[in-house]
Design a protein around this ligand. Structure first.
Ligand SMILES: Nc1ncnc2c1ncn2[C@@H]1O[C@H](COP(=O)(O)OP(=O)(O)O)[C@@H](O)[C@H]1O
Ligand SMILES: O=C(O)C1=C[C@@H](OP(=O)(O)O)[C@@H](O)[C@H](O)C1
Ligand SMILES: [Mg+2]
Length: 173
């Protein structure tokens, strides 16, 4: 592993946690390249995440996501993963080679406020599983893979970005 590889940052957390939003800002601030793995999936597949879900179901989307994550080079990047990335331990092991995994921890009540369009948002989970069920199932996985956890409760984007940067700096000391 080169020195540069360890400088990447990997963002994990629930849909609506702000991985994509904060990730772009973090990349700008840190001089790293931003990559949203949802876009990598869509590029490889030549179709939208929603099309994958509609045509082949959530388990197929999770498999494709795991394949894309494991086959990508994430050196020198801020990586915004999709919320379901943590279902693949192999993918998470691969991602964490490039840098620390930062769990953006937003309480369920705030996620519920942000994710108004739950049914159409393309969550990679079984029909009938509500946002509370998704949260309960995934929270232990986000905690398992987190090298750094940032409590984003009650923070706006600017405050969250500052807290993420401070948490990363702390973890380097
Ligand atoms: N503190 C915050 N940090 C990031 N996004 C926030 C925050 N508060 C509200 N939002 C909103 O929540 C949504 C987060 O969406 P997004 O960045 O796509 O999340 P994710 O990639 O984790 O699913 C955006 O609409 C954003 O404007
Ligand atoms: O949590 C999920 O099941 C998903 C989250 C989405 O990404 P975001 O977490 O960036 O919204 C996207 O990967 C896909 O629609 C599935
Ligand atoms: Mg996103």
């Amino acid at each position: 592993m080169s020195d540069n590889v360890s400088s990447s940052l990997v963002l994990i957390g629930m849909p609506g946690a702000g991985k994509s939003t904060i990730g772009e800002a973090l990349a700008l601030q840190s001089g790293l390249t931003f990559v949203d793995t949802d876009r990598l999936i869509e590029q490889r597949e030549g179709r939208s995440l929603q099309a994958i879900l509609d045509e082949e179901g959530y388990q197929r989307l999770r498999r494709i996501e795991a394949e894309v994550l494991q086959s990508s080079d994430f050196s020198n990047k801020v990586v915004a993963t999709g919320g379901s990335a943590v279902y693949s331990s192999a993918a998470m092991t691969h991602l964490r080679q490039f840098g620390p995994c930062v769990f953006i921890d937003i309480p369920l009540r705030e996620i519920v406020r942000r994710v108004q369009n739950f049914a159409e948002r393309g969550i990679a989970g079984p029909v009938g599983q509500d946002l509370q069920g998704v949260y309960a199932e995934r929270l232990p996985l986000y905690r398992r893979y987190a090298d750094i956890t940032v409590d984003g409760s009650g923070l706006d984007e600017t405050a969250l970005l500052a807290k993420v940067l401070a948490s990363i700096a702390d973890s380097n000391n």
